[in-house]
Design a protein around this ligand. Structure first.
Ligand SMILES: C[S@@+](CC[C@H](N)C(=O)[O-])C[C@H]1O[C@@H](n2cnc3c(N)ncnc32)[C@H](O)[C@@H]1O
Length: 240
């Protein structure tokens, strides 16, 4: 990791260590968590098999615990930079006691240390857009390796429209946050907008489709189709 990368990661960690701002984002449903819980819950019922989950940038793990409350969870690995989130996950995953592993650190390094085929579900919800394009390619390769054949990547993220630059996307989202995310205090809205301007690097849907295919995935289902936020299920095809 270069010095610039490490400074960028520290800036993201600092934002998410203070939990109240993102808690208000989830409560206000500004990033469609309610729809995601419904879609992921329905997906898990359809999947049918016991889940061995790796949750990349898990936050407080409330998305996973709510979505998979009715599923058989055999193993859950939660990874996050923020110590405060990992502390919270210890409480929120109590129902899965004895089957939970928590890693406080950079998710790219954590994935690198995991065995081939050691999971059948990777949940990447609103965390991969903090990585550079080159690192996202590396991440997709690592996710593909860590998933067993027929495992599933659940990728939810900020997405740019075709022809929209990164600057246009982050400027637009920062304006929307300051104007519409009124459950956050004025100071929190300012901090959230600054975080987006400094640390969000969303890709286009086409790029996401091409790069997941190159990493051995096939898109199966849409989980969320918003203007700025979208999500899909990707099946890891057998053999590489
Ligand atoms: C927008 S929140 C998403 C939380 C949760 N997954 C959800 O969907 O609500 C992004 C999370 O990713 C974590 N994160 C960002 N970059 C990371 C990195 N390089 N390694 C580990 N965690 C990271 C942040 O600490 C934060 O908790």
């Amino acid at each position: 990791m270069t010095d610039a990368d490490s400074i960028a990661v520290k800036a993201v960690k600092q934002v998410f260590e203070q939990r109240s701002m993102y808690d208000a984002v989830v409560t206000g449903n500004y990033m469609h968590h309610a729809e995601l819980v419904a879609a992921l819950g329905a997906w898990a019922r359809e999947f049918g098999r016991p889940l061995r989950i790796v949750d990349l940038g898990c936050g407080d793990a409330s998305l996973a615990t709510k979505s998979f409350a009715g599923a058989r969870v055999e193993h859950y690995v939660g990874i996050d930079l923020a110590e405060s989130s990992i502390e919270q996950v210890r409480l929120s995953t109590a129902a899965w006691a004895g089957r939970v592993e928590l890693i406080c650190g950079n998710l790219l390094d954590a994935l690198h240390g995991m065995g081939d085929g050691s999971a059948n579900v990777v949940l990447a919800s609103y965390s991969l857009h903090h990585f550079s394009t080159a690192d996202k390619v590396k991440l997709l390769g690592e996710i593909s390796r860590v998933l067993e054949p027929s495992g599933v990547l659940l990728w939810i993220d900020a997405v740019r429209n075709e022809g929209e630059s990164r600057e246009e996307f982050v400027d637009g989202l920062a304006c929307e946050i300051k104007r519409d995310w009124t459950l956050l205090s004025v100071e929190e809205r300012q901090r959230a907008a600054e975080h987006v301007l400094a640390s969000d690097f969303p890709e286009t849907e086409r790029w996401m489709m091409e790069q997941t295919a190159a990493a051995g995935f096939e898109v199966v289902e849409t989980l969320l189709k918003g203007e700025s936020f979208r999500g899909w299920t990707f099946l890891r095809l057998g053999g590489r």
